[in-house]
Write a protein that binds this ligand. Structure first.
Ligand code: CAA
Length: 261
């Protein structure tokens, strides 16, 4: 039987999803994106999973992009129907996931690989990781949500430079322009990503969910609406058992135990 293009593991409260097509540097073809969505749903629905780490199999790549052979295999409206719509839907679901998400990147994260990172909350890079949006060199432009996410996440002139040139950037530069959180030694990548995920997973899942909704929705709202939305969200949080637990634990000088209620 062929190996699944996606592997799922549980490490304590952290779900790990590995894109597993190392022979083609974990490029995303339609079956892989569909399997990714199925696996994502399992982690989303599992209440014991409080944070999700996404990584790529093998040492050479996180994801080297959309599968170029797959992209080139169709003409006309089928592009929109069979690929663009699917990858948009799945990356949007990733972006709006109520659980915190982390990309753990070794090697290449190009094209759709960088676009997937843009839909994840935090990004940890191994030394030697290479990011970029080379679509322009293929006669394309980033079309898995990347144009819009990038201009909302980093300075517009840097975003345009990346997309106009298709240049690859190293891990240090990715952090310097605000595209990733940190660079860590190669052999520490998963330990660091999992430790970060575990630290976040100790926090209240309810509060994280409402915080993430506040940030994601607020970023696209006018300031007055965003502040009103934040106020509504914090009112829900203030009334939660976890808020009372957190405050009581502080006053009682103990560690809080958050349940998500
Ligand atoms: N799609 C399909 N196959 C890919 C691929 C991709 N994006 N990236 C790499 N591969 C395949 C190669 O064809 C090669 O297969 P064979 O062994 O059968 O020849 C194998 O993976 C290993 O790749 P290379 O031999 O090219 O390895 P390298 O070390 O010489 O180069 C690389 C590595 C610089 C990442 C190079 O593979 C490369 O430039 N890949 C394409 C990167 C790219 O342009 N990504 C954007 C794709 S478009 C997109 O992403 C749009 C979207 O999602 C909507």
């Amino acid at each position: 039987m062929a190996e699944s293009p996606i592997r799922i593991e549980r490490k304590g409260a952290v779900g790990v999803l590995t894109i597993n097509r190392p022979k083609v540097l974990n490029a995303l073809d339609v079956p892989t994106i569909k399997e990714f969505a199925r696996a994502w749903g399992l982690l989303e629905d599992d209440a014991a999973v409080r944070a999700i780490v996404v990584t790529g199999a093998g040492e050479r790549a996180f994801v080297a992009g959309g599968d170029i052979a797959d992209l080139n295999s169709r003409r006309g409206i089928a592009h929109w129907q069979e690929f663009a719509e699917l990858i948009h839907r799945v990356f949007r679901r990733v972006e709006l996931c109520d659980k915190p998400t982390i990309g753990a990147v070794q090697g290449y994260a190009l094209g759709g690989g960088t676009e997937l990172l843009l839909a994840l909350d935090l990004r940890i890079l191994a030394e030697g990781a290479v990011l970029g949006l080379p679509e322009i060199t293929l006669g394309l432009f980033p079309g898995a949500g990347g144009t819009q996410r990038l201009i909302r996440q980093i300075a517009l002139c840097k975003a345009k430079e990346l997309m106009f040139t298709g240049d690859r950037i190293d891990a240090q530069r990715a952090v310097a322009i605000g595209l990733a959180n940190a660079v860590v030694p190669k052999d520490k990548l998963m330990d660091e990503a999992l430790a970060l995920a575990a630290r976040i997973a100790e926090k209240s899942p309810l509060v994280l969910k409402l915080l993430k909704r506040t940030l994601n929705a607020g970023a696209d709202m006018a300031m007055d609406a965003a502040l009103a939305h934040e106020q509504a969200m914090i009112s829900l949080v203030l009334d939660s058992e976890d808020a009372h637990e957190g405050c009581a634990a502080f006053l009682e000088k103990r560690k809080p135990v958050f349940t998500g209620r």
